[in-house]
Write a protein that binds this ligand. Structure first.
Ligand code: BEZ
Ligand code: FE
Length: 287
């Protein structure tokens, strides 16, 4: 039996997976083993530090259920979710709208609403109109596209986090008309901290980082024959735009408010944002 050393142990572990029949699994596991071993050697990891890491990850796992996903938060705050997303969208044509994180607060089954309806219910806040188009390649309008929209309240809480709320709030699904146009009403979003009362929050604090995301509204835009787009619009000028705790904000997704005259100019002004989403053709549908 060969004696294991600091340098030979990595190959010894890789040898154990050499006959793995799934080549992609072998690549994924092999890469992970090599990188973790290199990391342990590089930082000369002490046993008590490794135990601390295991206890930290155990705590992260215990904070995962239907309402809270501390592992996604860990991935998000370490920039891993954003990196996976960037790689996945790398080959898209330049005109395609950039994607942005789904986050842990998406809920399926938001009510479908008519054009111009409000997703805000009786949520207090400054009114906002959101409108634009859904376009395909060559700026072709996509009629019948679906926009699934969700956001936090001006308090910074999603409905899932608000103990005073039972059902869905600040969520809705909207279809584009024949010209690819959509419109909805809501209240202005605010910047908010990601859940920071658990191990990930402690990690951010220990690393000297803040937990805030810039104000944003989430969208999943889908249409037949096109790749579904998970993205968000970020409010230009937000003080956390450059330092988003989860690395989701993008310059191309930052939109400014503009004043829009309500009631044909007679009433008071409502702020509005306008944005055209450009989708990428589904694989196999490209010409
Ligand atoms: C969000 O924008 O909803 C979000 C994304 C990542 C982590 C936490 C929240
Ligand atoms: Fe969000």
């Amino acid at each position: 039996m060969a004696k294991l050393s600091e340098t030979t142990i990595t190959d010894a572990v890789l040898e154990r997976i050499s006959s793995c029949p799934n080549s992609r699994l072998k690549q994924l596991a092999g890469g992970l083993i090599r990188h973790i071993h290199d990391y342990v050697r590089e930082v000369q990891l002490a046993p008590e530090e490794w135990l601390y890491a295991i206890e930290f990850l155990t705590e992260v796992g215990k904070l995962c259920d239907g309402k809270r996903q501390e592992f996604i938060l860990l991935s998000d705050t370490l920039g891993v979710s954003a990196l996976v997303d960037i790689l996945d969208n790398q080959g898209n044509p330049p005109a395609t709208t950039e994607s942005s994180l789904l986050g842990p607060f998406y809920r399926k089954g938001a009510p479908e609403m008519g054009a111009g309806a409000s997703i805000a219910g009786d949520t207090a806040g400054e009114p906002l109109i959101v409108s634009g188009h859904v376009l395909g390649d060559g700026d072709r309008a996509i009629g019948g596209a679906m926009l699934d929209v969700w956001q936090a309240a001006p308090s910074g809480l999603y409905d899932l986090q608000d103990k005073c709320l039972d059902g869905m709030n600040l969520r809705g699904r909207f279809r584009t008309d024949a010209e690819g146009r959509f419109a909805l009403r809501t209240v202005k979003p605010a910047s908010y901290p990601v859940p920071a009362d658990g191990p990930v929050g402690r990690m951010l604090h220990a690393l000297g980082r803040h937990p805030f995301r810039p104000a944003h509204i989430h969208f999943i835009v889908s249409a037949d024959g096109y790749q579904s787009l998970t993205t968000a619009l970020y409010i230009a000028g937000d003080k956390y735009l450059e330092s988003d705790a989860v690395f989701g904000s993008r310059p191309s997704l930052a939109v400014g408010y503009r004043h829009e005259a309500a009631n044909g100019g007679a009433g008071k002004q409502t702020d509005a944002i306008e944005f055209d989403f450009v989708l990428n053709r589904a694989l196999g549908m490209r010409r």
